[in-house]
Write a protein that binds this ligand. Structure first.
Ligand SMILES: Cc1cc2nc3c(=O)[nH]c(=O)nc-3n(C[C@H](O)[C@H](O)[C@H](O)COP(=O)(O)OP(=O)(O)OC[C@H]3O[C@@H](n4cnc5c(N)ncnc54)[C@H](O)[C@@H]3O)c2cc1C
Length: 487
C-alpha cells in the first residue's frame, strides 16, 4: 500500500513546515527523533521530524503540506502502545499531541471535555473531584493519553463491568487525513445523524484522522469495593472457577487470572509466596476478584462470592480495606516485568476467546511451551476472555527467535479456530499485521482498505500500519528505559 517516501522531498517539505509552524515546533535533533521512533514494542523507525502543533491551524497546515509532498504522518500520544502503531515505519513526520492536556469536567451533565494528550488517570482524578468516574483503566493509566486510548479502543481491568473506551465517547473532533476539520457526535446522550463516523475513528489506530478533542461520558463513582484473592492448584481449576462465577451472572468489576508460570515469576521476583497459607507447594494459579458499588449495597454480593470461593478452593483471602487490597494486587502489578527473568525478549499478545474456550486456550499455551521449549506465561482479564499470552525468549539466540515466531503463529491460529480475536485491546499496528488475514476475509480487508483510501487518498496517515505485513521479530528493539518499566 505504501513505500518509503523520497528523502530529499521530505527534507524540503520539513523546511517549509518549520517556516510555517516555527522551527522550535518542528524538531529534528537526534534525541527528539529517537524518542519518537518507537512505542512500547521498542522497535525503532526514525522519523524525519517531530511536530509539536500549538493550534488546530498548525495541524491543518501539517496535514495539507503532508498531502502536497506525500510525507507520511504518524500521530503520537504517550507512546505506550503495545502494537507499534505509533512507530513511524516509513519515516516522515511524527505529530506529537502529548502536550494537548486540557481537561474540563461538566459535573451537571456528567461529561468531560478533554484534549487528546490528557493522561487517562488525570481525567479520572478530575472526575473524582465531583464524585464522578471515568471507568476505563488500562494498566498504563498513569502514562497513556486519552487520544491513544480512543485510537486503540483501550480496555482494562474494569472492562468486565464497565466496558471499554468506546463505551464512554459521546463525541470526537479533529482532522481528516486531508487536513479538513470534522466533528462526529456532540455532547448529547443520543445522536443518530448520518453515518457513525465517531465509532469508525475509535480503534482505527491513527490511520483515519487526528483527534483533537473528545467529549467523554462520566458516571457516578462507586464508593466501596471488596477484593478477593483465590489460589488454585492448577490453571484449569482457576479457570473453571472463573467460568462458574460468570455463569451465575454476578459481574465483578474485576476478575483477573494469573497462570502458574506467571505466579512463579512473581514469587521469584518478590522472593516470597503469593499465598503463604498454601505452604511450599508448586506455584498456584490465582484469581483476583473485585466488586464495587455503594457502601452497604455490597453485602449480598460479598456473601455470594464467599460461598463461591469456598466451593472452589480452601485457599482464599478477602478484604474491604483499600491498603490491604493493594497488597493483594501486588502480584498482578509486577507480573509483567517479573517475566523478564525467563528471557530478555517477549512476544506479548492480547487475544480474546469465548467463555467455553478458556481451558482449551490455556492448555494450548502449555502445548506451545512443550513444543517450542519456551516459557508461555499467561495472565489476563478472565471476565471478558481477554488474555495476555507471552512467549519469552533470548533475542540473541536465532533458534529461540524462530521458535518464538512459530509459537505465536500457532497461538493465533488456535485463537481464531476457537472463535476468538487476535487482539482485544492493543490493536493490530505492526505487531499483529502478520495475522490480520487469519482473522479477516479478503472481502473484509478490501472494505477496510476502501474506507482508508476514501478518507486518506494520498495514504499519508500512518502508512503501512495494520495492512502491510511487518515481522517485528526481524527487528532489534532499543534498550532505552521507558517510564512504566519500573512497575
Ligand atoms: C505497562 C503497560 C500496560 C498496558 N496495559 C494496557 C491495558 O490494560 N489495556 C490496554 O488497552 N492497553 C494497555 N497498554 C497499551 C497502551 O497503554 C494503550 O494502547 C494506550 O491506549 C496507548 O496510549 P498512548 O497515549 O501511549 O498512545 P500511543 O502509543 O502514542 O499511540 C497509540 C495509537 O494511537 C494513535 N493516536 C494517539 N493519539 C492520537 C490522536 N490524538 N488522534 C488519532 N490517533 C492517535 C497513534 O497513532 C497510535 O496508533 C499497556 C501498555 C503498557 C506499557
Amino acid at each position: 500500500m505504501s513505500s518509503t517516501r523520497h528523502h530529499p522531498v521530505i527534507a524540503a517539505a520539513t523546511q517549509q513546515l518549520a517556516q510555517a509552524l516555527g522551527h522550535e515546533n518542528v524538531r529534528t535533533d537526534p534525541q527528539s527523533l529517537h524518542a519518537a521512533s518507537f512505542d512500547n514494542t521498542r522497535i525503532p523507525f526514525p522519523p524525519h521530524a517531530v511536530v509539536h502543533p500549538r493550534t488546530e491551524a498548525d495541524i491543518a497546515t501539517t496535514l495539507q503540506l503532508a498531502n502536497t509532498h506525500h510525507v507520511p504522518v504518524t500521530i503520537r500520544g504517550a507512546g505506550s502502545g503495545c502494537a507499534g502503531a505509533a512507530a513511524p515505519i516509513h519515516g516522515g513526520w511524527v505529530l506529537s499531541l502529548a502536550h494537548w492536556t486540557r481537561i474540563a469536567v461538566d459535573a451537571t451533565a456528567s461529561l468531560a471535555h478533554v484534549q487528546p494528550g490528557a493522561i487517562t488517570a488525570d481525567i479520572d482524578a478530575a472526575a473524582a473531584a465531583h464524585g464522578l468516574f471515568y471507568p476505563p483503566d488500562p494498566s498504563s493509566v498513569k502514562y497513556c493519553t486519552i487520544g491513544g486510548n480512543i485510537a486503540t479502543n483501550a480496555g482494562g481491568l474494569r472492562a468486565a463491568k464497565y466496558g471499554v473506551c468506546r463505551d464512554y465517547i459521546y463525541a470526537l473532533e479533529g482532522f481528516l487525513p486531508t487536513g479538513r476539520f470534522v466533528r462526529w457526535g456532540g455532547p448529547l446522550r443520543k445522536y443518530a445523524s448520518g453515518y457513525n463516523m465517531k465509532d469508525l475513528w475509535i480503534g482505527s489506530e491513527g490511520t483515519l484522522g487526528v483527534i483533537t478533542h473528545a467529549t467523554l461520558k462520566l458516571i457516578p463513582r462507586p464508593q466501596a469495593r471488596h477484593t478477593f484473592l483465590l489460589a488454585f492448584p492448577t490453571d484449569e481449576h482457576a479457570l473453571e472457577a472463573a467460568v462458574t462465577l460468570l455463569a451465575q451472572h454476578r459481574t465483578p468489576s474485576v476478575l483477573e487470572f494469573l497462570d502458574t508460570q506467571t505466579v512463579a515469576c512473581a514469587q521469584h521476583r518478590a522472593n516470597a509466596p503469593v499465598f503463604p497459607e498454601a505452604g511450599a507447594s508448586a506455584p498456584p494459579a490465582i484469581l483476583l476478584v473485585e466488586i464495587d458499588g455503594a457502601p452497604g449495597a455490597l453485602s449480598d454480593d460479598i456473601a455470594h462470592l464467599r460461598a463461591w470461593a469456598r466451593r472452589h478452593t480452601p485457599a482464599w483471602r478477602e478484604t474491604a480495606d483499600p491498603a490491604e487490597a493493594e497488597t493483594l494486587w501486588n502480584t498482578r502489578r509486577t507480573c509483567s516485568q517479573a517475566m523478564y527473568q525467563l528471557g530478555n525478549a517477549k512476544l506479548n499478545e492480547d487475544i480474546v476467546v469465548p467463555l467455553h474456550a478458556y481451558i482449551p486456550l490455556i492448555q494450548h499455551t502449555r502445548e506451545i511451551h512443550a513444543r517450542t521449549h519456551l516459557p508461555t506465561p499467561t495472565f489476563g482479564h478472565a471476565a471478558d476472555g481477554n488474555f495476555h499470552i507471552h512467549i519469552m525468549y533470548d533475542r540473541n539466540d536465532s533458534v529461540q527467535r524462530l521458535r518464538a515466531q512459530e509459537g505465536i503463529r500457532l497461538m493465533m491460529e488456535k485463537v481464531v479456530a476457537l472463535g476468538g480475536a487476535i487482539t482485544g485491546e492493543h490493536g493490530i499496528g505492526i505487531a499483529k499485521s502478520p495475522f490480520l488475514r487469519l482473522q479477516h476475509t479478503t472481502a473484509e480487508i478490501d472494505a477496510m482498505l476502501a474506507i482508508k483510501h476514501a478518507l486518506d487518498p494520498n495514504h499519508i496517515l500512518a502508512p503501512g500500519q495494520i495492512f502491510d505485513i511487518t515481522n517485528v521479530w526481524d527487528h532489534t528493539p532499543v534498550t532505552t528505559p521507558l517510564p512504566w518499566d519500573k512497575h
